[in-house]
Design a binder for this molecule. Structure first.
Ligand code: NAD
Length: 505
């Protein structure tokens, strides 16, 4: 039970984080919580002129920040990680209020920010370039990595802060200021995170002004970042529809882009799979976060020999999963973000039925009144992969199909636009390795005996095809935030030319 109105809880949570934005601006941008459907704040959005000024401030910050030694830049990110640890409960609650996540998933998102800060601190002493063998005597060749410039970060509603931090923590140690355009559905989390960042800046002492800034508003503010030649890199997370607009715009001005777009992620359950493990992994992957993760499992191929064992057990799990207010009920499944998501889910289920699908679940639940949209997750048994199965519907729908031939199921697995995440459940070494091979999954993430969602920050995150091809977070994703120079130094008294070319004057 909540003991105070949601708007009061929101204001208190923001205040705890140190955010001072006016939350009741007349005629401002309404911020709605999916938990109850009520408006919890109205914010003053940025104007185009305000966005331009923020970009100018970031450009000025770059001129200073790029000269600060990388390990010292890492110190700021270390302090930010400390502040995030202190603000963990409040930030996690803010994520639950704005995105409707369970407390555990809200806190998990904050933990991801802390983890990437730790990673970035280590990275700040490891921005290595290569020394490369040269064909010319008395020469040395090497590559150096320099800060790139202002990084614009556009983020989606369903992960209101972690993907920002995957970008920001790396960009900051790489020497780049960041400008954040959060989803218009979740701007408060951004304001809270920015306030926590400002605490780290105050402790750090001599950071330039405007190293990290937030732009409040809709797609037009995102466009201010994509269109500005002063923004060296645009990292955009959201729908494929958005990526189709952002990608060509940034490319047209030869800017750099990281696109993290929609997925249509699948699992394959093979005859030798550990069925109990598969059941639990599929349940989390498909129903967790009410199906509103880019990595949510949306398609499931089950071998005909185990179909009658696994699918009825999944239907039972779908029937019994708890759906409720994430702030007060301890339910595993929270609300859809808004009415449009609910309508989209209904339309997809209707399309599936028209193609012969059998729908289990999917009904709206009477939780928190008419303005909130809670649904039972839907499992749909499909005769074949067609219609809505081929596209991402951002809601908890799992399409289940039977397969008999392993080669054919690999083809079916890859026959969709999205290329983000995938998984196979098997204890057969040949199936496992084939799935991970060039012949197997064509996704950026390919898992064995775990679900499609729940990635760790240490690996590079992202996907192929309509997912956009970007990589963020761990591994060598940092290179996207820096520019590479190849340097050749002649320490001899001769001037030999490469490829044996002669040019004697
Ligand atoms: P969305 O595309 O509606 O919005 C995402 C962001 O893009 C918002 O900040 C929005 O204001 C901005 N935007 C929209 N149009 C723009 C334009 N023309 N120019 C510049 N900015 C623009 O997505 P959403 O509904 O918030 O999020 C859900 C989608 O995001 C799903 O498709 C999901 O799969 C995807 N997603 C992908 C990842 C990933 O890492 N691959 C992570 C989270 C979400």
């Amino acid at each position: 039970m909540l003991t105070e109105p949601l708007s009061a809880l929101t204001a208190r949570t923001l205040q705890n984080c140190g955010a001072s934005a006016a939350l009741d601006v007349a005629g401002g941008m309404a911020v709605r919580s999916p938990v109850t459907g009520e408006t919890v704040a109205t914010l003053a959005p940025h104007t185009a002129a305000g966005a331009g000024a923020a970009i100018d401030t970031a450009v000025a910050a770059f001129k200073t920040w790029r000269l600060v030694p990388a390990p010292r830049r890492g110190e700021l990110v270390r302090l930010f990680g400390e502040e995030l640890r202190r603000a963990r409960q409040d930030l996690g609650r803010m994520v639950s209020i704005e995105a409707g996540k369970s407390p555990s998933e809200g806190l998990g998102e904050v933990q991801e920010m802390i983890d990437i800060c730790d990673f970035a601190v280590g990275l700040s002493r490891q921005l290595y370039g290569l020394t490369i063998a040269t064909e010319r005597p008395g020469h040395r060749m090497m590559e150096t990595w320099h800060p790139l410039g202002v990084v614009g970060i556009i983020s989606a509603f369903n992960f209101p802060c972690a993907p920002w931090c995957w970008n920001a923590a790396l960009a900051l140690v790489c020497g780049d200021p960041v400008l954040w355009k959060p989803s218009e559905k979740t701007p408060l989390t951004a304001l809270a995170v920015q306030a926590v960042f400002d605490r780290a800046v105050a402790r750090f002492g001599d950071a330039p002004e405007g190293l990290s800034q937030v732009l409040i508003g809709g797609p037009d503010l995102g466009e201010a970042l994509t269109d500005s030649t002063s923004v060296a890199l645009v990292s955009a997370t959201g729908s494929t529809r958005m990526g189709r607009i952002v990608g060509p715009k940034v490319a047209a001005r030869f800017g750099r882009c990281i696109l993290e777009l929609g997925g249509n992620n699948a699992g394959i359950v093979c005859p030798s799979a550990d069925m109990d493990m598969a059941l639990r992994a599929i349940a989390f992957g498909a129903m967790g976060t009410a199906g509103q993760r880019c990595t949510t499992m949306r398609r499931l191929f089950v071998h005909e020999s185990v179909y009658d064992r696994l699918v009825p057990a999944l239907v039972t799990a779908y029937g019994s999963v708890s759906v409720g207010n994430p702030l007060s009920s301890g339910a595993l499944v929270g609300p859809l973000i808004d009415k449009a998501a609910f309508v989209g889910m209904g339309a997809a289920l209707d399309d599936a039925k028209a193609l012969g699908g059998t729908v289990h679940g999917g009904a709206r639940q009477p939780v928190e009144g008419d303005a909130a949209y809670y649904v039972k997750p839907a499992l749909v048994e499909m005769p074949e992969q067609a219609g809505p199965v081929l596209r991402e519907t951002f809601a908890p729908i799992l399409y289940v199909m039977k397969y008999s031939d392993f080669d054919a199921v690999l083809d079916a697995h890859n026959a969709v636009g999205g290329g983000l995440s995938s998984s196979i459940f098997t204890t057969d070494l040949r199936e496992m390795e084939t799935f991970l091979s060039a012949r197997g999954s064509d996704c950026g993430i390919a898992n064995v005996n775990i679900g499609t969602s729940g990635a760790e920050i240490g690996g590079a995150f992202g996907g192929e095809k309509e997912t956009g091809g970007g990589r963020e977070s761990g591994s060598d994703a940092w290179r996207a935030y820096m520019r590479r120079a190849t340097n050749t130094i002649n320490y001899s008294r001769e001037l030999p030319l490469a490829q044996g070319v002669s040019f004697d004057i």
